[in-house]
Design a protein around this ligand. Structure first.
Ligand SMILES: Cc1cc2nc3c(=O)[nH]c(=O)nc-3n(C[C@H](O)[C@H](O)[C@H](O)COP(=O)(O)OP(=O)(O)OC[C@H]3O[C@@H](n4cnc5c(N)ncnc54)[C@H](O)[C@@H]3O)c2cc1C
Length: 393
């Protein structure tokens, strides 16, 4: 996403930009839900991607208790979209001649006035700059700043997106149209509607995004990262390889604690999967002629649902700097000065929100935030709300 945003904004200031994606096939069918923010909508419009058929608007958010009763609610209109939809909109902004599937970045050489970029298979490209938009495990960052490594947050999420058509009438009536929280001790369940397959927004064809945060220390995560073939994975197990015993245990735990409407979501998820939560922030995001954007530059825990918004704003700021400076190095310096502090702020804010789960509460401020976030009301006011960055201006 940050690569496509970068190319779109760079073209607007007269640059030629090519995107190299390691996947040999189009990135379609990724089901995750994405909360939108004003910054994301602005970046989509400005990039030319637009916001048509973006997603589903919910009128409000509320929290429920174990019996499914609403404990508190807030009117808050929010558009919920999906990774798929955003990727499709952005993908349409780029001329296929400049979008290269199946090219994996391997290394970069710099000579002070440009870059030579090496891809798998021996392909080499020369350019004025290299933009690393290759995600939290960025290989570009691994080349220029190998010491910058994401850290495990001490918790993970079970995720899935059951089909609207599979949910019970009660679930559809009571929670499906809304952004809903269920908050048992040291856990967090968040649900909201998203489009169905192929951005199907018709009633009966949509899905319900389901996220269940749970605490696990590094040893427990390591044990969970053994797949169904007994292979140990370093960061996470691909969804089809998740062990059956972990899924069965998850179902058993859900039966113990979930309200009926949430349990319905759990039991109808076709392929529940696990995402361990990592984050990192970097002291700089420009390394000579290499600039990092999106998750590669700073990666927040997903409590605000702001990752794609940040990717769009990074890309926009980079192009703006390149378009308004006479020399590239001053432009990159200006980009770093503008976006590194914001990336850092976003990561710090996400750590604040993560204190809800009570992991690694090291400072007085951590404990204060943890205490503050123990009520349903506070969680509705802090999690995935728009304009949270205003408090830092
Ligand atoms: C559970 C969860 C919930 C989230 N919810 C939200 C939300 O509600 N709202 C929101 O805005 N964000 C959300 N995010 C974050 C969002 O998904 C990311 O911030 C966003 O995808 C970042 O985009 P990116 O382009 O920087 O990185 P990525 O999406 O990771 O893309 C990186 C790309 O680089 C490619 N690549 C990697 N290595 C190489 C290489 N060596 N050579 C070539 N290509 C390579 C990859 O194949 C990939 O296509 C969530 C994240 C998680 C984990």
């Amino acid at each position: 996403m940050s690569g496509l945003f970068s190319a779109a904004f760079l073209r607007q200031v007269g640059w030629q930009a090519d995107v190299y994606e390691r996947s040999p096939v189009e990135l379609v069918g990724r089901g995750a839900g994405i909360t939108t923010h004003p910054e994301l909508l602005q970046a989509l419009e400005a990039s030319g991607a637009g916001t048509r058929d973006l997603g589903i608007e919910v009128p409000k958010r509320f929290a429920i208790d174990r019996d499914g009763r609403i404990t508190c609610e807030r009117p808050l209109r929010q558009i919920l979209t999906s990774w798929d939809r955003l990727q499709r909109l952005l993908r349409e902004t780029i001329d296929p001649a400049h979008y290269h599937l199946g090219w994996t970045f391997e290394r970069v050489e710099q000579n002070g006035s440009g870059v030579r970029v090496h891809f798998n298979g021996g392909r080499v490209e020369e350019a004025d700059i290299l933009i690393g938009g290759d995600g939290i495990r960025s290989s570009v960052r691994g080349e220029v700043a190998p010491e910058l490594q994401p850290a495990y947050a001490g918790y993970y999420i079970w995720r899935g997106a059951p089909n609207e058509a599979d949910l019970s009438p009660r679930t559809l009536k009571e929670i499906f149209p809304y952004f809903v929280f269920y908050l048992p001790p040291r856990q967090e369940v968040i649900t909201y509607p998203i489009a169905g397959f192929n951005n199907d927004l018709r009633s009966g064809h949509r899905r319900y995004n389901f996220i269940w945060y749970r605490v696990a220390d590094a040893d427990q995560l390591r044990a969970m990262n053994v797949d169904k073939n007994g292979v140990q994975h370093e960061f996470s197990v691909p969804p089809p390889l998740i062990r059956r015993d972990l899924i069965e245990q998850m179902y058993a735990d859900a039966r113990e604690i979930m309200p009926e409407v949430m349990l319905d979501c759990v039991m109808t998820m076709r392929q529940p999967f696990i995402t361990p939560i990592y984050d990192f922030t970097a002291p700089r995001i420009v390394f000579g002629r290499v600039a990092m954007v999106g998750d590669a530059g700073a990666n927040a825990r997903p409590h605000m649902g702001f990752g794609v918004a940040k990717a769009g704003c990074d890309a926009q700021a980079l192009a703006r700097a390149l378009g308004s400076h006479d020399d590239i190095d001053s432009a990159l310096k200006a980009y770093n000065a503008e976006r590194q502090p914001i990336g850092n702020t976003i990561v710090m804010h996400s750590r604040k929100l993560g204190t809800h789960l009570g992991v690694n509460l090291k400072t007085e401020e951590d404990r204060r935030m943890h205490a503050l976030l123990q009520t349903d009301e506070a969680m509705l006011d802090w999690i995935a709300v728009p304009n949270f960055l205003d408090a830092y201006k």
